[in-house]
Design a protein. Sequence first.
Length: 322
Amino acid sequence: MHRVVVLALDGVYPFELSIPVRIFGTAADSRGEPLYEVVTCGLDPGPVVTSADFAITVEHGASAIDDAGTLVLPPFECGPGVPRDVLPSRLAAALRRIRPGTRVVSICTASYVLAAAGLLDGRPATTHWNEADRFRRAFPAVRLDPGVLFVDDGDVLTAAGVASGVDLCLHLVRRDHGSAVANRVARLCVVPPWREGGQAQFIDRPVPEPAAASTSATRQWALGELHRPIVLTELAGHARMSVRTFSRRFREEVGMTPGQWLVQERVRLARHLLENTDLPVDRVAADAGFGTGASMRRHLSGVLGVAPLAYRHAFRARTASA
């Protein structure tokens, strides 16, 4: 059983602290057997102060990190005058317990801890959009992308603010055990299995007048038409907007262009069909709107780094055995 260790530091935010145990703790195989063991620890066993008006008590100290398959760091509130970009000596010592091969995950501003420890140097990462400028100044060696909900760089993963921790944990369940298990976890937790767009849709901006139209209905319509070519003028016409207005509002709401979004959704549909059906690759490509198997292979390889048949072999096997 894969062991997930969650490190609760003084000032921890309770909501984010609870995400890993809720998501990983819900994941089970077809017999109902848990797929993960989730352990919460502090630097020492005992009380941990939270950012709320209550404390928690953990049974485990930092030695729990020794056996972690995945280590998750939720965000925490620093004390007055304590800089986020400086790693306290006891926390640095705890992180040195991470064994090779352990996945390390940060949620929200816990990315500062990974960056201060040097774990993000030269690597892609994200953090809460409101911290992006400060983070870049503190850690110029990190390839920060503040426009996404999370970044998966293999053994180091970073999530943006708050609920994006849910997105990232579900992504890990999907990566480990396939979409069927992750989707069941999402249903049981009453959350979407994935969310459209990135952080751009949550960044402060002037609120549009109530009469302003949204691209939401057109996106829903387009999801039912992915099997065929869809052009920008058709999307704008469905939304009853000019192409220029539609493109601007689409990017504001979703955080990417309509073309990028269509490719993303087609890749998701192709992944679902590869994982859950025995349809030939060319039929999957047609049903997902890629037209040809070659086109789908190019897009899947660009996004996932694997060819369709290799992806099916990996995830159909995991789903069947789950």
